[in-house]
Design a protein around this ligand. Structure first.
Ligand code: MD3
Ligand code: FE
Length: 207
């Protein structure tokens, strides 16, 4: 226990929100999605350094990063086709848990193999800065790190497991976070191992 860390207001962890059967359904929806919109390896703006996480999206808009910068766009950067529709069961999760009047426009699909990491960052590409973010973890456990609004703020680590849902509203929405490691062989959901994270966001103007 760290005495100097308080979970930011608006952070909610819903452990094992989805049953094994529901996780299998979600996984098959992700499989269908990435058949139409293959996972690709994004690169960092300016440097062109590849990220270790592979990505795709569901929904009218998808989060894209390239040498030119970060943006939301309607089409897959490689196939140029529109992103697949956001599955209804994810929209239902949003409806029940987000407590927000508008639906999400983007659902980022992150795939982590055992070596993938996601450095500490703040999600800041959305105009709807106050809308919550709802995320679902599938597959192997991840060591997730949550800090405060400033890069140097104290952080706290927690393990996210398959079926867990995290809702980031309020102050938590503006906090630094990242994924420090994936624990191999901690779930049997993905036959080849690894972890999938689904992150729903409202993109558009906040009015
Ligand atoms: C906390 N993904 O895609 S999801 C991301 O596990 C991202 O793939 C991580 O961070 C993952 O941007 C974490 C949970 C999450 C998403 C957005 C947040 C936590 C957040 C925004 C603010 C604070
Ligand atoms: Fe993030």
């Amino acid at each position: 226990m760290r005495a100097d860390f308080h979970f930011p207001d608006g952070f909610r962890l819903l452990p094992e929100y989805f049953s094994r059967t529901e996780q299998e359904t979600l996984l098959s929806l992700v499989r269908d999605g990435v058949k139409a919109a293959p996972l690709y390896r994004p690169v960092m703006p300016k440097t062109g350094q590849p990220l270790s996480v592979r990505m795709s999206n569901f929904g009218p808009l998808g989060w894209i990063t390239s040498k030119e910068g970060y943006r939301y766009g309607p089409c897959h950067p490689v196939t140029q086709k529109p992103w697949p529709e956001l599955p209804q069961c994810l929209l239902d999760l949003w409806e029940k848990q987000a407590n927000w009047p508008a639906p999400p426009e983007a659902c980022l699909i992150n795939y982590y193999d055992h070596k993938a990491r996601l450095g500490l960052h703040v999600d800041a590409g959305e105009n709807a800065v106050n809308a919550p973010i709802v995320s679902v973890s599938l597959g192997d456990q991840a060591l997730y790190r949550l800090g405060g609004p400033l890069r140097g703020d104290p952080t706290r680590s927690l393990r996210l497991s398959s079926g867990d849902v995290v809702v980031l509203g309020g102050a938590a929405r503006h906090c630094y976070h990242g994924v420090d490691r994936i624990y191999p062989n901690t779930s049997t959901l993905l036959p080849k191992g690894g972890r999938i994270n689904l992150t729903m966001r409202v993109v558009g103007r906040n009015t």
